[in-house]
Design a protein around this ligand. Structure first.
Ligand code: NAD
Length: 450
């Protein structure tokens, strides 16, 4: 029996005891998870510094604050989420109790990605615990320092049988995927997403796939470019562009392209100084493989800002590319690095066409002074007007993709519902049998009154 098989069996046995179900137990575990984040803040920050060169404050802002917020909401609202939800009744069931009862699914597999190693791995865990499940947590091996801290320290706070952490790479993950789960929650790229779904299909296991893609950013020519470019520069270059909802590329009319470049140039200098390489709050590409991948995307493009790099440090400067065409290399895959191509279009109609000709993105950003931009004619996981990334922080909004950017959703009650079975319940009394006469055969016209 493999280690992975053993861990999953143990989690299933623990789940079957029923211990994860009482709300009091769930709240206790959630509070322990909160305590883990508070008490081990330094260990977490040190690990992320080693993995992605993020400062302690960035880690707090982009990883742990949101996690703590999710836990607080879950603790506060759990009783309400888990309660029976009465529904409208039909004439036939008017005297019955009819309601939806959320119930735990069983054992959930959570496979995390490396770019925000804590947020994307533990946020699904919050939902799994809240919904009363057991969960096997598989952090990304790529953010190895974070994975190690998670493996060593999380079991000191959470129930070890119900919520084990399993570290490892592709072969360990594949071995996990051979086991039977009741739900698989995967965050990562679409190619592996398909493998996860294939493995899940063998057991008819439902999946949530939090994937990526090229999130477009349309800038209307009448918008305040200074404000728009500040927000875009922030959203793009934070975490060195390794954010699933980062604006991947800009669409704008040719008449404003140079002004957009100049405004972004000012913001890069303001945020990261004239020398981002030596600035402590500018990140690094996670590893050599991704460094080479991102650098190769520069091929054939015109660099307007940045473009310099240092392979020994996995450093790539904040880079803007101009006059990029839809057919160029950088437009063929999600960039996931600090390159920001500008593609010019004749106006909003061409922008919509450009977006609709491609895979449905995880986010769509539109900078426009009014509502004239016809965003409704596109589809994306999320739509944000006049800002970037911030929708991630609104717990009440479902977070997830559509089409190639993923399936399913989480955050707050959306995560709770995603990892619950919403059981349809109808409770009838044994009396008033006469009221049922009509449904029993023979169905004569006389009996039906027709
Ligand atoms: P990754 O390399 O860490 O892979 C993700 C997970 O898949 C890891 O745990 C890894 O062990 C596992 N894995 C990798 N190859 C596998 C295989 N062949 N079989 C089974 N398991 C395998 O992360 P990544 O894919 O480079 O992450 C970046 C991608 O994730 C981007 O596309 C990004 O947009 C997306 N992402 C999406 C979200 C979201 O919430 N939608 C969040 C973060 C990242």
């Amino acid at each position: 029996m493999s280690r992975e098989q053993l861990v999953v069996e143990r989690a299933r046995r623990a789940f079957q005891t029923g211990m994860s179900k009482p709300l009091k137990f769930r709240v206790h575990q959630l509070k322990n998870l909160h305590r883990f984040i508070t008490e081990r803040r330094k260990d977490i920050a040190d690990a992320v510094k080693k993995d992605l060169n993020k400062t302690e404050h960035s880690t707090e802002l982009f990883e742990t604050l949101g996690l703590e917020g999710e836990i607080d909401v879950a603790v506060e609202r759990l009783a309400e989420w888990a309660a029976p939800r009465p529904v409208e009744k039909s004439l036939l069931t008017i005297l019955d109790e009819v309601y939806i009862q959320p119930e735990p699914l069983g054992v959930v597999l959570i496979i995390g990605a490396w770019n925000y190693p804590w947020a994307v791995t533990l946020q699904p865990l919050v939902a799994a615990i809240a919904a009363g499940n057991a969960a096997v947590v598989k952090p990304s091996e790529v953010s190895s320092h974070s994975a190690k801290v998670m493996e060593e320290l999380l079991p000191l706070y959470l129930d070890k049988e119900l919520y084990p952490v399993v570290c490892g790479g592709v072969s360990e993950t594949q071995e996990l995927l051979r086991q039977r789960f009741d739900h698989i929650f995967y965050t990562g790229n679409s190619t592996v997403g398909k493998l996860v779904m294939e493995a899940a299909a063998r057991h008819l296991t439902p999946v949530t796939l939090e994937l990526g893609g090229k999130s477009p950013c349309y800038i209307d020519k009448d918008v305040d470019l200074r404000v728009a470019c500040r927000r875009i520069t922030w959203g793009k270059f934070v975490n060195c562009g390794q954010t699933c909802i980062a604006p991947d590329y800009i669409l704008c009319e040719p008449s404003i392209q140079n002004r957009v470049v100049e405004e972004i140039r000012k913001c890069i200098t303001e945020f990261y100084t004239d020398d981002p390489k030596t600035f402590e709050d500018y990140g690094r590409i996670i590893n050599q493989r991704h460094f080479q991948r991102v650098m190769s995307l520069l091929e054939g493009s015109t660099v307007a800002i940045g473009g310099d790099s240092d392979q020994s440090q996995c450093y790539i400067a904040p880079t803007v590319l101009k006059d990029v065409t839809g057919g160029s290399k950088v437009m063929q895959e999600e960039i996931f690095g600090p390159l920001l191509p500008i593609v010019t279009v004749s106006g909003v109609d061409e922008a919509i066409q450009f977006i609709n000709e491609r895979e449905k993105p995880l986010a769509l950003y539109v900078f426009s002074p009014d509502n004239k931009v016809k965003t409704i004619e596109t589809s994306s996981g999320a739509l944000v007007a006049n800002d970037c990334l911030v929708h991630f922080t609104v717990s009440a909004l479902p977070f997830g993709g559509v089409g190639n950017s993923g399936m399913g959703r989480y955050h707050s009650q959306h995560g709770f519902d995603q990892l619950s079975h919403l059981r349809a319940c109808l409770i009838k009394k044994l009396n008033l049998e006469d009221a049922n006469a009509m449904r029993y055969p023979p169905h004569t016209a006389k009996k039906l009154g027709w």
